[in-house]
Write a protein that binds this ligand. Structure first.
Ligand code: ZN
Length: 259
């Protein structure tokens, strides 16, 4: 069975800003879709969804049939309906993977899943970024020629980045202007996982970069749900019957548990 991927893109800049349209004439989601299909072939089945479609392109059917979702948003995070963001977060808990790209650090699904603000420092300048691989041998870094990825021009994101300590820290970025940043982080949430990957400012051709594409393709494979995993239990049951006998005597005062 191929991994079912949905590339979600806000898809506004590409329509309103010439400089962005030049880099991504059909939209960033189409570039990312093409990259995944080129690198992963029949291991994936890739669809796309954009903000201005009904339900932002994320109907129940699409959500249910997505194993890995990519998320790129920037200028219109506030326009994402709360109920859709909540459904995306819930799908992650149920096992779907979410790859949050660049300015998605303050997107509703990411903030909801992290429980932190996602705030960081930033500066728009065409500065050099080196993403250092701090977890050599990690599947997300497979196929990279060196122990860093160098991007000639990127927007700077700097620490402190308000995120929970990642379960796996895979890349740390250095910027020409002097800042550093945790730019490749993985967390588990419920039965699913989230990968935040920093680069991807809309006016630079970052998603055309072969190594950036490789990392994203690796992440799709690495984060894809485990077949046959125990389903996520979305409840908090009171288990009155124990599996084996409990010797101690105890009287339960049910009024303690009343809400
Ligand atoms: Zn940006």
């Amino acid at each position: 069975m191929p991994i079912r991927v949905t590339v979600w893109n806000e898809f506004r800049h590409e329509k309103s800003h010439e400089a962005v349209k030049k880099v991504y004439p059909k939209g960033m989601h189409i570039t990312l879709k093409g990259a995944l299909e080129k690198l992963l072939g029949d291991q994936v089945k890739v669809g796309t969804a954009t903000l201005d479609e009904p339900d932002h392109g994320l109907s129940e059917k699409v959500l249910k049939n997505t194993d890995v979702m990519l998320w790129w948003g920037h200028m219109a995070h506030g326009e994402v309906k709360d109920e859709i963001a909540a459904k995306v977060a819930q799908r992650v808990r149920e096992g779907m993977a979410l790859i949050v790209l660049h300015s998605g650090h303050i997107s509703k699904p990411f903030v909801k899943l992290m429980g932190t603000t996602g705030f960081l420092k930033w500066r728009e300048a065409a500065e050099k970024e080196r993403l250092w691989n701090v977890m050599p041998g990690h599947p997300i870094t497979a196929g990279l020629a060196k122990d860093y990825i160098e991007l000639p021009h990127e927007e700077m994101y700097g620490e402190h980045f308000d995120i929970p300590t990642p379960d796996e820290l895979i890349f740390v970025s250095w910027f020409e202007g002097g800042e550093v940043f945790r730019s490749g982080c993985v967390w588990r949430r419920g039965a699913g996982r989230v990968f935040y990957f920093r680069p991807g400012h809309e006016t630079f051709p970052t998603y055309h970069n072969a190594e950036v594409q490789q990392v994203i393709a690796n992440a799709v494979k690495y984060l894809a749900p485990t077949a046959g995993a125990v389903p996520f239990r979305n409840s908090c049951p009171n288990v009155k019957e124990s599996l084996s006998p409990i010797v101690g005597e105890h009287e339960v005062d049910e009024t303690l548990h009343k809400r």
